[in-house]
Design a protein around this ligand. Sequence first.
Ligand code: BDR
Ligand code: CA
Length: 310
Amino acid sequence: KIPLLIDTDPGVDDALALLMAFNSPAHEVVGLTIAAGNVGLAHTVRNALKLCEVAGRADVPVFPGCGGPLVHAPREDAAHVHGRDGFGDVGYPDPAARPAAEHAALAILRLSHEHAGRLVLVALGPLTNLALALRLDPTLPQRLARLVVMGGAVSAHGNITPVAEFNVGFDPEAAHVVFSGFPRLDLADWEATLAHGLHMRRVEQWLAADSPRARFYEAISRRTRHWSEDRRGEHWHSADALAMAWALEPEGALELAERPVAVETEGRLARGLTAVDWNRQTGAPDNARILLRYDQARFEARIQAALAAA
Ligand code: BDR
Ligand code: CA
């Protein structure tokens, strides 16, 4: 099985991505490293543990990481989308399991040694833990088979500022460390997310499946589905689920572009921008493979199967 390590800030779309990972027979989830992002770290850790419990995977270790960005306080969290507790404020009881004692950044490094050359790392939140790990050990990229990042907005159509996407905009310094420190990463950005909408009627059908996972996910996603319906109409968008689909099944990618991508950390308007050198002006090496189009049928089949799983 392919070892999979997921850095995440659950989060409603993170939760769907985690269910997809747990449901993949070809992959073994070796740990979850947790960042602050959508909501604070106490909530994201609790949510990760809760999700593992619901999926019957309380054996997967959950490593708490950084409680905020590397340098500057964040502009805002995403509680207005994901709920104050990050899981739709539906009042699920606390999970029974406890988080691991090891820090997320150290766990990333240790697991990269234990699974050297094979580990696939999927980053679904602000890149704080990963940046820290990379600063501790710049040779980390050499031991990963692949890094898949959900983040950025490759044509500068942001979702928290006019130009910045949430994960990069929450901690631009960390994103800069990762984008400049990894010779190559796979980028599933916010604009790819928008191009792979899920029809609300179909989502509701999947959520009606007779399984504990579907019931749980129906409850925690209710609030964000309504929020999204009010703003974006009949399609729902699940950024982290799309990144996970690509991580689990690379063959589903139908169109990719390789370009240099850098992160802007300053500026009055552009902090958190992922600047893609589309016209190759800089001469910088291509460091990102950008997902432009993914097989929608495969994407949806993975979501449906993950929710229906017993
Ligand atoms: C990203 O921001 C978060 O709110 C989501 O969980 C996703 O990772 C989308 O911009
Ligand atoms: Ca996320």
